[in-house]
Write a new protein. Structure first.
Length: 421
């Protein structure tokens, strides 16, 4: 029997018992991995009985890999994700002084996982710093391979920094560097291809799920040829590839200029009533404010790498924190997908039973959705909400909830399993 997931004609083909490579992770990775797998297994059994099953296959990365193989990211690990297409991982700590910029970035760039998908929703009962957290329901598409995170940097005082400075001044005639001799430099690549594939995935996601809007978040008012281009390429793509399914803010502005505000508003209302996805844009700093004040105005977010990093954590904080925030890194063109805990390794609480496995559990539910096993994923979401409604939580949420019942990592997973109906 073939247990490997296949990718054919733009779709994944999933056997009834697919092999899922997993990285345990560093720090609390060991604490949360096994309980999370038990929850996911229970949801699959509840949904499909014995007809479907995940076969977990451990692969090594991080400190555990180094201790056993002398390598933080063995070739066998990358090959496993390539062979089986879909996997999941706990948090990884980047080794200091080992020539590896980031194990997470290495995985994303090697497999070209260009989408970082972070769905943000609130579970009833979870403490939140905002007044109406139930209005927060957003899906962040963060570009994962370009921008500042591409890793093109030159440290001041090095030969390469001097060469780069010389190139800027003498070849490119740049004269706006305030302190050239003591400056470090970073290059921010933003390509049309990279931008288009990210925004295409965001619009497709909105269309398929019948979500109302895609907001392109950018800082194009300052970085006109990178983030500004990202916005323009996004509008071009929406209008040329999704013209029958979208209505853009740029089209609204053109209509307003030609025919007046009344006609433009009528066109927008018509587009909304017909179920078209509204594609709009917001400057990053304005979005950080709007997402707090008017979260209901935004559904799918398409943004660049650094912006997405900031936005993901702010929105997660609005619904309870990254301890219960899931994430995935996906290449929709090849089928590769790695789901992950979005928090850090928290070595100070490793082995204490205090870790919250919620992020990894919910990332597992995202994995089930990616496989098309939506019924099992719904069991996870429903059981998680039941657990929170009973105020049974791990230590990170216990301190913020009156009348809560404190559970260990394993006990929290057991409680979720008991609530799977």
């Amino acid at each position: 029997m073939n247990h490997a997931i296949q990718f054919q004609h733009g779709k994944i083909i999933v056997p009834d018992q697919p092999v899922i490579p997993f990285i345990e992770g560093d720090g609390i990775g060991k604490d949360i991995t096994e309980p999370s797998q038990r929850v996911i297994n229970a949801a699959v059994t509840a949904a499909y009985g014995n007809t479907k099953k995940l076969i977990w296959k451990e692969v090594l990365a991080g400190k555990k890999a180094f201790e056993l193989t002398g390598n933080y990211m063995p070739d066998e690990t990358l090959k496993a994700f390539q062979d089986y297409l879909v996997g999941i991982k706990g948090p990884l700590e980047t080794p200091v002084g080992e020539g590896i910029r980031s194990l997470n970035v290495a995985l994303r760039q090697t497999l070209d996982l260009y989408v970082c998908l972070r769905p943000i929703r609130w579970f009833k009962g979870v403490p939140s710093p905002v007044r109406y957290p139930e209005l927060v329901d957003m899906h962040i598409f963060r570009e994962n391979t370009e921008d500042i995170y591409a890793g093109i940097e030159f440290m001041t005082g090095t030969e390469k920094a001097s060469q780069f400075l010389d190139f800027l001044i003498n070849e490119m005639e740049v004269n706006v560097i305030r302190f050239p001799e003591s400056s470090s430099f970073g290059v921010k690549p933003v390509s049309k291809e990279g931008s288009e594939r990210l925004i295409r995935a965001a619009i497709q996601y909105a269309v398929q799920r019948e979500l109302p809007s895609v907001t392109i978040v950018h800082k194009g008012n300052i970085m006109k040829f990178t983030e500004g281009a990202f916005k323009n390429w996004g509008y071009d793509l929406a209008e040329t590839e999704f013209g029958e399914q979208t209505f853009t803010w740029r089209q609204y502005q053109k209509t307003e200029k030609l025919l007046g505000k009344t006609e433009a508003k009528a066109e927008l209302a018509k587009a909304k009533s017909s179920g078209k996805v509204i594609v709009k844009d917001v400057i990053t700093d304005a979005f950080l404010q709007e997402s707090l004040l008017h979260p209901f105005d935004h559904s799918v977010i398409a943004t660049l790498n650094l912006n997405g990093d900031y936005i993901s954590d702010q929105l997660a904080a609005m619904v309870g924190g990254i301890g219960i925030s899931p994430g995935a890194n996906i290449n929709y063109n090849s089928g590769y997908a790695i789901f992950e805990a979005t928090h850090g390794t928290a070595p100070n609480i490793a082995g204490t039973g205090k870790a919250n496995p919620g992020s990894l559990i919910l990332s597992g539910a995202m994995l089930l959705e990616y496989l098309g096993w939506d019924k099992a994923a719904e069991h996870v979401y429903d059981a998680m909400e039941h657990t929170f409604s009973k105020r049974k939580v791990t230590s990170d949420l216990f301190s913020m909830m009156e009348g809560a019942i404190l559970l260990s990592t394993s006990e929290f997973a057991n409680e979720i399993i008991r609530n799977i109906h």
